[in-house]
Design a protein around this ligand. Structure first.
Ligand SMILES: Nc1ncnc2c1ncn2[C@@H]1O[C@H](COP(=O)(O)OP(=O)(O)OP(=O)(O)O)[C@@H](O)[C@H]1O
Ligand code: NI
Length: 355
């Protein structure tokens, strides 16, 4: 049976800032099954990073957090700091956008991987070092036996991200959360690191929550997609369904802007403040009706597909979704052939040759 390894229900992360309360995450629900990749997509500021940080207990500013985050049946929000540290080090790994910052400049990469290994299991320092070299090879670093003694600053950004992946793997995690893991890298290297992640996820059998703005990456990796707007999910479903039939008006705008058919993401981000009630998108939505202003519309099956759901009144029983579905197929058509990640060339060596 394919049960959820992570289950997030009605998560709210309200930050207390000098300027008042920021509803960074505001009613977010999604599930991640074993060995699957779930992509979180949505424009800048939609709450993707805050959601990841809340799940792993890393919210920086003072915040009020409500809802439920169940990892393998255990409620993470109820854990003490030390309990959470143990889950985080052992079973949930995190990959950041900027690996140089995530690595410690004063320790060799071998020491940092070895530390992650010994945190996870009782092992001698020789064994940990040996294992570190193996892991460096696994993540495609050439000359791992020499590189193990190098410092982060001696490596390129792409190699550092490979090292960060090795550190993540050291704990043999059940879940890897990767927040824009390649967006800081040269575009030619992005595809290779994404391929590596996908390959490792399959071989090492962990689940992956991937935050990315690159819908080509989403198209090539995601099993499921969650579309966020204003801190809440507006659409979720199997990747092929969501990409080929983006049902929520916001998803349609977002996907259109990516394919160059609509407005750019910047102009999406500079819209009016997002209203805290009703459909978060109602002010921007040309299909909005009175019901959209009252409360967040319940999720409804899109075109009779129970596993593809959108929080939009048009998919309920009272309205005709015809125009939206028509537009969905038009926008989605661009993703029918978009299954190659960026920077992908016909032959990939899978290694760090030019990084
Ligand atoms: N440290 C902070 N202090 C105050 N507000 C914050 C802080 N971090 C994030 N926010 C706000 O929380 C909301 C969600 O931000 P978050 O970083 O999660 O968005 P995101 O979807 O990850 O965006 P991006 O795609 O740009 O990374 C935004 O409105 C943002 O301005
Ligand atoms: Ni972010």
């Amino acid at each position: 049976m394919n049960e959820a390894v992570l289950s997030v229900s009605d998560l709210q992360t309200h930050l207390h800032t000098d300027d008042g309360i920021v509803r960074a995450v505001d009613g977010l629900s999604f599930e991640v099954d074993r060995n699957e990749t779930v992509c979180l997509v949505g424009e800048s500021g939609s709450g993707k990073t805050m959601a990841c940080n809340t799940i792993t207990g890393m919210v920086g500013p003072p915040a009020e957090i409500n809802g439920e985050v169940r990892f393998d049946g255990q409620d993470l929000l109820g854990l003490s700091e030390s309990e959470l540290t143990s889950v985080r080090g052992n079973r949930i790994a995190y990959l950041f956008q900027n690996a140089q910052n995530a690595l410690d400049p004063v320790y060799t990469i071998g020491d940092q991987i070895a530390e992650a290994i010994t945190f996870h299991q009782d092992t001698s320092s020789e064994q940990a070092r040996e294992r570190a070299v193996e892991l460096l090879a696994t993540v495609g670093l050439s000359r791992p036996a020499e590189r193990v003694d190098e410092y982060p600053h001696e490596l390129s950004d792409g190699m550092c991200q490979r090292v960060a992946i090795a550190i993540a793997l050291a704990a043999e995690p059940d879940l890897l959360i990767a927040d824009e893991p390649v967006s800081a890298l040269d575009v030619m290297i992005q595809g290779r690191i994404i391929d590596l992640l996908d390959d490792l996820r399959e071989k090492r059998e962990f689940s992956l929550v991937l935050v990315t703005h690159d819908l080509r990456v989403v198209a090539s990796l995601a099993d499921r997609i969650v579309v966020l707007y204003g801190g809440t999910d507006v659409e979720r479903g199997a990747a092929t369904d969501v990409l080929q039939t983006p049902a929520h008006p916001y998803s349609q705008d977002l996907f259109e802007s990516f394919t160059g058919d609509g407005e750019s993401e910047d102009s999406l981000a500079s819209r009016d403040p997002i209203p805290p009630q009703g459909c978060r998108f109602h002010r921007e939505c040309r299909h909005a009706v009175d019901d959209c202003r009252a409360s967040k519309p319940p999720f409804a099956a899109v075109d009779g597909n129970e596993s593809h759901r959108a929080a939009c009144v048009y998919y309920g029983t009272e309205r005709d979704p015809g125009e939206l579905l028509f537009n969905a197929r038009h926008v989605g058509a661009a993703f029918d052939s978009a299954d190659e990640p960026p920077g992908q060339t016909a032959e990939t060596d899978g290694g760090d040759r030019d990084e």
